[in-house]
Design a protein around this ligand. Structure first.
Ligand SMILES: [Zn+2]
Length: 190
């Protein structure tokens, strides 16, 4: 994309920054920790939060139930035959213990020096959320992205991705894609 294309996009993001930040903080307040066996209510809440956001962007899909935590799978079909982009992420977070080592509460997002501090902010809720809002702004400024897009957002990354790996083995056709995008890795730079 040319810099002009980015410019209009970034302007739209800036215009909606308060709203976007507020929503991100709502997501971060959901304490969906995959290692807690009694955490179903919060895990489902986090999964449904993502699904709902995808639906408002024109995606169709649902929560795929597994032996573990549900996998959010939702697709936006732009056109048959157009390339398919698969975006991977996870909505589960690591346990917040030991809680006394946190400068601010793990599930009450706090902004310090322009950065959001909360459990999951940089692994991986922030990244997943970035894709949603980039899409939202893109659609508002330019209309549909000429790609078929499939989101696969799992809830077991922090405990070994067992259900996702099983699904990939049993139904590999579900996740066939031309382009694969993930941001669940170390950061190269700010
Ligand atoms: Zn991660």
């Amino acid at each position: 994309m040319s810099s002009k294309v980015y410019e209009a996009l970034f302007q739209d993001i800036d215009r909606h920054m308060d709203e976007y930040m507020g929503e991100l903080c709502d997501f971060l307040r959901i304490p969906g920790v995959s290692t807690y066996p009694d955490g179903r209510e919060n895990m489902e809440k986090a999964a449904e939060w993502i699904l709902e956001k995808l639906r408002t962007l024109g995606f169709e899909g649902g929560l795929r139930q597994t032996e573990g935590w549900p996998i959010v799978m939702a697709e936006h079909t732009y056109r048959p035959g157009a390339p398919r982009l698969l975006i991977y992420g996870h909505y589960d977070v690591q346990p917040e213990m030991p809680v006394e080592e946190w400068i601010s509460p793990p599930f009450e997002p706090t902004i310090r020096d322009g950065a959001v501090y909360a459990r999951g902010a940089n692994d991986d809720k922030g990244q997943v959320y970035t894709y949603l809002k980039a899409l939202e702004s893109y659609r508002r400024v330019y209309g549909e992205i000429p790609l078929n897009i499939l989101f696969v957002i799992e809830g077991e990354e922090e405990i070994g991705s067992k259900s996702l790996l099983r699904l990939m083995r049993e139904q590999p056709e579900l996740m066939q894609a031309d382009i694969f995008l993930m941001s669940d890795s170390s950061m190269l730079s700010k």
